[in-house]
Design a protein around this ligand. Structure first.
Ligand code: ADP
Ligand code: ASP
Ligand code: MG
Length: 465
């Protein structure tokens, strides 16, 4: 069996969703389990409705949800012609809308938005969209069954960034979804959402439908997991920033993890984690060009030993560099411990670290000037904060063994200020932090350095450099 995940970009409007239905139909022989994200922007709208209601403005919150509801009703109208089938879907929708409106009223009264309530509100995006896809497939004669993720995706209760309880998810899927496949039915479920042991909806973080697909793929021993999106595969850079990108044919799990962790939106970084051990490959495919070959991510996707290649460059546009030095030079290891214990208590993901004798600097995503972490770090040492930075992560194979690699990076960045460099921990990446206003220039220059001028175009495979 395979898992097919379709993101918001593939579910933009009725035409795009009709195309999704055709893609699924052309893969029936591979026994797909279908994972659907919310339609484009729906999760943003739901988040905004919750925030607006919690600020006391229930009417505007409700108006956002009314537009969200109307968008979905129009999609049912366009894609589900059979009136009794459409009636089942719209009946479920009107129940959802009543619940959602009640939630928004509660938020407006309490004027408090907990992560738990935010997850409950956001869960509706995927519940609406997946019902349309299931009904649309039935309309085309496919024996599709809508499956509520609540029936199998058990998570912890870390609302907003929940993690699955894999053993339970595996046995739930065996009970709920495997029998459907055995009957040659097509299960259609939701990405992004899960459920706690006490029955509350959770979410696994923004963009995490990719992760949901991977969890299902790993739990069901899928032959592969397909992520259908709006680009031809993993590209040598974000095409919104670099016009002449090339497609990467193959990558390893580790490379894909580094790339997405350091900012490439195309894949949620957790996606690779459940699939690594079982070596279940991931394909990134373009739903607008279904004949394309996409990018294959698997264990053997690294360049062969001895081959050095840059594969892609990702970035985070909003990074803060913080440096800390001790007020008194006593035991260096106690100082390191103090710094890292503050970061761990504050639940901060450090992107890159560099040290000098008695000074440590690290880059974190987001703005931290007014964060509570700064006074906590000041208890450990003297702190300097450098806001307005951006990080670039150059990902590839064999970078540590590549004589002259660092020289090429710094040569390309000549004249630009570099506030932090991290290299050597994995051999898979080099991270360079520059001023935010130089980000685009730095990215374009690095792209030309490693992937050539616009004329080169096309697919990119190792050995390349
Ligand atoms: P979906 O809605 O299908 O989950 P996303 O918007 O989350 O789609 O991810 C696809 C987008 O990721 C692309 O449109 C592209 O702009 C962006 N992206 C960023 N970096 C890369 C990269 N290296 N390769 C491909 N796409 C990238
Ligand atoms: N709908 C969710 C989001 O927009 C999950 C996803 O698209 O992967 O973040
Ligand atoms: Mg996405």
């Amino acid at each position: 069996m395979i898992v097919m995940k379709f993101g918001g970009t593939s579910n933009r409007d009725a035409d795009a969703m009709a195309n999704v239905l055709r893609i699924i139909t052309s893969h029936l022989a591979e026994r797909p389990v279908v994972v659907i994200s919310a339609i484009a922007n729906a999760t943003n709208d739901l988040e905004e409705s919750a925030r607006t209601a919690a600020s006391g403005d229930a009417a505007t919150g409700e108006a956002i949800v009314t537009r969200f509801y109307a968008r979905h009703l129009a999609l049912v109208d366009a894609l589900v012609k059979d009136s009794s089938r459409a009636g089942i879907v719209t009946g479920a929708f009107s129940g959802y809308i009543k619940e959602l409106t009640t939630l928004l009223h509660g938020l407006a009264i309490l004027r408090e938005l907990t992560p738990r309530t935010m997850d409950a509100v956001c869960s509706y995006g995927e519940r609406f969209s997946s019902r349309i896809i299931a009904a649309g497939l039935q309309e085309s004669g496919v024996d599709a069954v809508w499956v509520d993720a609540k029936e199998f995706m058990l998570t912890d209760s870390n609302f907003g960034k929940a993690l699955p309880v894999m053993d339970a998810v595996t046995s739930n899927l065996a009970r709920v979804v495997v029998p459907l496949l055995e009957r040659r039915q097509v299960p259609v479920t939701q990405g992004f959402i899960g459920v706690t042991a006490s029955g509350a909806y959770t979410t696994m973080g923004r963009e995490s439908s990719d992760f949901s697909a991977a969890i299902i793929g790993a739990a069901m021993d899928a032959d592969r997991v397909q992520i259908w999106t709006d680009v031809d595969g993993i590209l040598t850079a974000d095409p919104r920033m670099v016009p002449d990108v090339r497609k990467v044919r193959r990558m390893s799990f580790d490379e894909a993890f580094e790339l997405s962790y350091f900012g490439a939106k195309v894949l949620h970084p957790n996606t690779m984690l459940p699939l690594l051990d079982k070596n279940i490959p991931v394909e990134i495919r373009n739903s607008r060009r279904k004949e394309g070959t996409g990018t294959l991510i698997d264990q053997r996707g690294a360049a062969p030993a001895g081959v050095q290649a840059v594969k892609s460059i990702s970035f985070s546009a909003d990074v803060t560099v913080i440096s800390v030095s001790p007020r008194k030079r006593t035991n260096q290891y106690l100082f390191w411990e103090g710094v890292f214990s503050v970061l761990s208590r504050s639940e901060i993901d450090v992107r890159s670290v560099t040290t000098s004798e008695y000074r440590i600097a690290f880059a974190i995503a987001g703005a931290y000037e007014s964060s509570t972490v700064i006074p906590r770090l000041e208890e450990v040492g003297q702190v300097a904060v450098f806001p307005g930075q951006a990080s670039l992560c150059i990902v590839g194979s064999g970078l540590r063994e590549w004589a002259g690699f660092a020289g090429r990076v710094f040569g390309a960045l000549t004249g630009l200020k570099t506030s932090l460099v991290a290299y050597g921990a994995s051999g898979l990446n080099m991270t360079v932090v520059v001023e935010r206003r130089s980000l685009e220039e730095a990215l374009l220059r690095l792209h030309v350095e490693f992937f050539g001028s616009p004329a080169k175009g096309g697919e990119f495979d190792v050995p390349f450099n």
